[in-house]
Design a protein around this ligand. Sequence first.
Ligand code: MG
Length: 160
Amino acid sequence: MIPFRIGLGYDLHQLTPGRKLILGGVEIEHDQGLNGHSDADCLTHAIADAILGAVALPDIGHHFPDTDPKYKDMDSQEILKESIRAIEALGFSLVNVDATLIAEAPKIAPHLSTMKSILSESLGIPVECIGIKATTNETVDAVGQKKAIATHAVALICKK
Ligand code: MG
């Protein structure tokens, strides 16, 4: 039995005025924020889904339904910590994650190191094991037209 498992995650939230913009646990100064039931942190959600997917568990929408008032404006780092507890309960630990954040604005690069240290704390892995790239969609589609921010993520986990 090969001890490694890989998982893929994707998330997108719409940008809307009057909401905080939180990505990777960092509150970023911007004229709009992501709309959602929790804090709508699509970077963190994609990573959580990658981790859960690696052990074939249902996605975060199953574990944290957006119909439950208890998760309203929830800090998504709690979702991430819960996804780590879920794989550990099955005898796995996280090796590394890699994510691509797609946003036309604001600039993500100045926040990458803070994002990595927050995610490192939540995931229990060193910052060197957390990849985050930021790109734009070159003005194409809803993301490119600043209507939404999206993230793709992968996670590698290992049997303990
Ligand atoms: Mg989400």
